[in-house]
Design a protein around this ligand. Structure first.
Ligand code: NAD
Length: 505
């Protein structure tokens, strides 16, 4: 057994607040009330640090989804939300943010238990970022505005023409398990600010914070039916939501494979679709950097959240002059990350979210080994069924055709490659079907800007990685997605433009 597994700290006892959240009856939040499912099926909730069952959630039926969609439809059509003064929507969303903030400790712990992420990260990253998104988007509600445009083919003053921004309608929102509450708030913030009503489905691996969110929405004064929260499996409950004829838009964050299924399913009714999908993001390191600190940054870019991050820096490209030193630094860092149960003090990396994810990441490492990659650090997967740990892993001697280089692993595994010049690294960085993010590390401004413009990715960082800000658009090129979250584009994505032309004659 490796030292990193031998030193694993056990999961401490849950707080009273978490225990009571876990003891809740499995129900759905529809039209402002907790209701029973029309079916009797449930899905177990596990703590990935112990693999123990800690609760159950409803596995919603198509009938349940229909009920939730109809509640959202009525709440949209009767104007209880769209008809409010936009400044009132802003106020209610800020009130929800205030309530969530007051429950931040409890929500952080629930997230940490459910997902396996270290408690300190749940509290210092997930919660504050989610609240920042919610507040930023709340601010757009009274500022959406419109445009007044003179028609170009008619005499000036003959027509009055303007463009209104109206909420798109009922939105189905489907989120993944890696940042459950953060992703939920990134979705509901712009939708509710724009005046849409929502049916939100969390991932079946991590429903706990979404269910607590429902309790707190009920306290916020947001009218019944405006935000409905349903749990259930993707292929059944998620699919029923995507296909429902009364849903106007689907907003999805998750894998590229499921994103394609959803896009196809949404075509029948030509729903509006926003997709935030997978990544295989390059970290490009030029020869002028400080090696020690850059190796630490590259390690954080991949190992944070056990590598289960869509924007993880999973491909390191270091200039030949610094490659060996950088690789050594990265390997040293990988060996120093402290693995442990999510609530244990000092844990820097928790388990992966599930046994399935552990097996998936393990099989990628194995495929890399078989294809000839060298394991420079880590490479082990915890064997016991009592936890889902994978060591921080660094692979070198890889070739561009290997699956570890081409496919999103979604675990703490980085592949390191060397390059000689900018043309070569641009070609390598862009040699992928994905295009979510990239980071460039250099003090050379010319190289920085030339690379930033040539790398095909929705977001490019210079001398930092994974900085996401609600004021700025976020989303992918190529098969990493459709549309943007954040910034002005993030709220516009929940509106339809309506052109009004009035003949003044
Ligand atoms: P996933 O695609 O398996 O599941 C995501 C959600 O989709 C879950 O709620 C699931 O229940 C639902 N789902 C599954 N099949 C469905 C179907 N047929 N119809 C409707 N809904 C369905 O993804 P995951 O494994 O939970 O999350 C990991 C993936 O998410 C990674 O690929 C990661 O890169 C991506 N991700 C992207 C971003 C981004 O902003 N681009 C952010 C976080 C995660």
């Amino acid at each position: 057994m490796t030292a990193q597994f031998a030193e694993l700290k056990a999961q401490p006892e849950y707080s009273v607040a978490s225990q009571s959240a876990l003891a809740r009856k499995s129900q759905l939040f529809i039209n402002g009330k907790w209701v029973d499912s029309t079916g009797g099926d449930t899905i177990d909730i596990l703590d990935p640090s112990t693999a123990r069952k800690i609760g159950e959630q409803v596995d919603a039926t198509a009938e349940d989804i229909d009920r939730a969609v109809r509640a959202a439809r009525i709440a949209f059509d009767d104007g209880r939300w769209t008809g409010l003064a936009p400044s009132m929507r802003e106020r209610l969303l800020h009130r929800l943010a205030d309530i969530l903030e007051r429950h931040a400790d409890e929500l952080g712990e629930l997230e940490s238990i459910d997902n396996g992420k270290p408690l300190m990260f749940a509290k210092s990253v997930d919660l504050p970022s989610g609240l920042a998104f919610l507040r930023q988007m709340a601010g757009w509600a009274p500022r959406l505005g419109g445009d007044c445009v003179d028609p170009s083919m008619h005499p000036s003053g003959a027509f009055h023409a303007y463009v209104r921004r109206e909420p798109v309608g009922v939105v189905g929102q489907i989120v993944p398990w890696n940042f459950p509450l953060l992703m939920a708030l990134m979705k509901i913030g712009p939708a509710l600010a724009a005046g849409c009503t929502v049916v939100l489905k969390p991932a079946e691996q991590t429903p706990l914070t979404a269910l607590r969110l429902a309790d707190l929405v009920a306290e916020s004064g947001i009218p019944d039916g405006v935000l409905n929260i349903v749990t259930g499996r993707g292929e059944t409950a998620g699919d029923a939501l995507v296909r429902h004829p009364l849903v106007d838009k689907i907003a999805f964050t998750g894998s590229t494979a499921v994103g394609k299924i959803i896009n196809r399913a949404a075509t029948d009714t030509l729903k509006r679709v926003t997709l935030e999908l997978g990544g295989k993001s390059p970290v490009i390191i030029m020869p002028d950097v400080d090696i020690d600190s850059t190796a630490g940054s590259a390690a954080r870019a991949i190992f944070f959240n056990s590598g289960q991050v869509c924007i993880a820096g999973s491909r390191v490209y270091a200039h030949r002059q610094v490659f060996d030193e950088l690789l050594e630094g990265l390997a040293t860092q990988a060996g120093e990350w402290k693995l442990g149960a999510s609530l244990a003090e000092g844990t820097q990396m928790g388990p992966l979210v599930s046994a399935e994810q552990r097996a998936r990441v393990g099989s990628y490492i194995e495929a890399g080994r078989k294809a000839g990659a060298s394991v420079v650090a880590g490479g082990n997967v915890s064997g016991a069924d009592s936890s889902y740990f994978v060591q921080p892993t660094v692979l070198a001697n890889v070739t561009p055709d290997m699956s570890v280089v081409r496919e999103e692993i979604f675990g703490p595994v980085v592949v390191a490659q060397r390059f000689d010049d900018l043309d070569e690294v641009v070609a390598a960085a862009n040699d992928t079907e994905l295009g979510l993010a990239a980071s460039i590390w250099t003090k050379d401004l010319s190289a920085m800007h030339r690379l930033a413009s040539r790398v095909k990715a929705g977001i490019v960082w210079g001398n930092c990685h994974a900085l996401i800000d609600p004021a700025l658009p976020f989303g992918g090129f190529k098969q990493s997605g459709l549309g943007r979250e954040g910034g002005r584009s993030g709220i516009d994505a929940y509106t339809e433009e309506k052109t009004v032309i009035i003949n003044l004659a």
